[in-house]
Design a protein around this ligand. Structure first.
Ligand code: HEC
Ligand code: HEC
Length: 295
């Protein structure tokens, strides 16, 4: 039997279809896109699971055009600062928290993320409807653990630096915390409560924190500790301690010992941070010394 089309034509047709395929609606999002979305977006957004520190993304394509979303995601702050009432409202509803521009996101990545949001919005239950962190009750032990982790008197399992090196919070005594990051006294309320803060900490997304914490994730107990501590700080300062946490000992802070302890803690935190940033450098210096001595 004679072939209907020469194979070269078939190859050419296949190439045309392959090129057109990503643009066809209903093309299933790749594992890579799903992984990228998980890594960069789900610490602030669900799809159909309610708002975290950012709005629920379910059905966002009915609210904004693709072009508007592409421009916004590439540079959220610019879109908000442009004064577009939709983005200003979204920002106000998020207590003035700016969505960070996703690091190294090409226009193609952003388009694929929007395809994924559209596909997941159409499902009855999206795989991104929930968050991973447990919602068990927080207890006084959690507050104590969170405070120790924050101040660096207790080490994170994966060796992540403590928070005090860059952040202050009400109740730190002595020299207080670092100033590179925001004061976290009200961050629990600012990000919208327990679930949003826990999700945020499950994969910190900020230009300064992501590179430091990406490869040193917190355990669930560590996340719940930090959340409990920051909740207690936030509520204490709002003048209404939460019922489940009331009776927590308040921070001392006036005694000489507390003053010294905080100073030493801050120093240790700063050293840990330096160690973190410089370790790889020292290592390569050492390596070249070792190699030099071998010659
Ligand atoms: C650190 C938190 C955070 C991260 C991470 C984050 N967002 Fe956002 N996102 C927000 C906030 C907050 C808003 C509301 C506008 C504002 O205040 O910046 C928002 C708004 C949006 C909107 C508009 C929602 C609407 O209802 O109009 C889209 C779409 C969006 N984000 C997509 C993404 C995608 C895609 C990623 C991952 C690449 C991502 N976001 C990562 C916090 C975040
Ligand atoms: C190396 C410095 C550094 C360390 C260490 C650090 N942070 Fe941050 N953090 C920042 C900076 C800077 C920001 C502001 C966003 C940005 O510019 O990246 C931030 C933002 C945040 C936010 C969001 C605040 C908001 O209102 O949007 C939270 C929550 C947070 N940090 C919690 C923590 C916790 C908890 C720890 C300890 C486990 C920690 N950070 C350790 C630098 C740091």
């Amino acid at each position: 039997m004679r072939r209907l089309l020469p194979s070269r034509t078939l190859t050419a047709l296949a190439a045309v279809f392959a090129a057109a395929a990503p643009a066809l609606a209903g093309d299933p999002p790749s594992e890579e896109t799903i992984a990228w979305f998980k890594q960069n977006c789900t610490s602030c957004h669900t799809i159909g699971g309610g708002r975290l520190s950012g709005p629920d993304l379910k059905g966002v394509l009915a609210r904004r055009t693709r072009a508007q979303l592409e421009t916004f995601i590439a540079d959220p702050k610019a879109a908000i600062d442009s004064g577009d009432p939709y983005w200003v409202k979204a920002w106000n509803d998020s207590n003035g928290v700016y969505m960070p521009a996703p690091a190294g996101a090409s226009p193609d990545r952003i388009r694929k993320a929007i395809d994924l949001i559209e596909a997941e919005s159409a499902k009855e239950k999206s795989q991104f409807a929930g968050t991973a962190v447990s919602d068990r009750p927080l207890v006084a032990d959690d507050v104590a653990r969170g405070r120790a982790l924050f101040e660096g008197t207790l080490a994170f399992r994966e060796g992540a630096p403590s928070c005090i090196g860059c952040h202050s919070v009400d109740g730190l005594s002595g020299f207080g915390g670092g100033r590179l990051g925001k004061d976290l006294t009200h961050v629990f309320a600012r990000l919208g409560g327990r679930k949003p803060l826990a999700a945020w900490l499950s994969a910190p997304q900020s230009p300064v924190m992501t590179p430091v914490y990406r490869d040193r994730p917190f355990t669930e107990a560590e996340i719940l500790g930090l959340v409990a501590y920051l909740k207690e700080r936030s509520e204490t300062n709002a003048g209404a301690a939460g019922a489940d946490l009331s009776g927590e000992p308040r921070t001392g802070g006036s005694g000489m010992f507390a003053f010294l302890a905080a100073g030493v803690g801050g120093l240790l935190a700063a050293l840990a941070l330096f160690d973190h940033f410089w370790r790889s450098r020292f290592r390569s210096v050492r390596r070249s010394l070792v190699e030099g001595s071998k010659r």
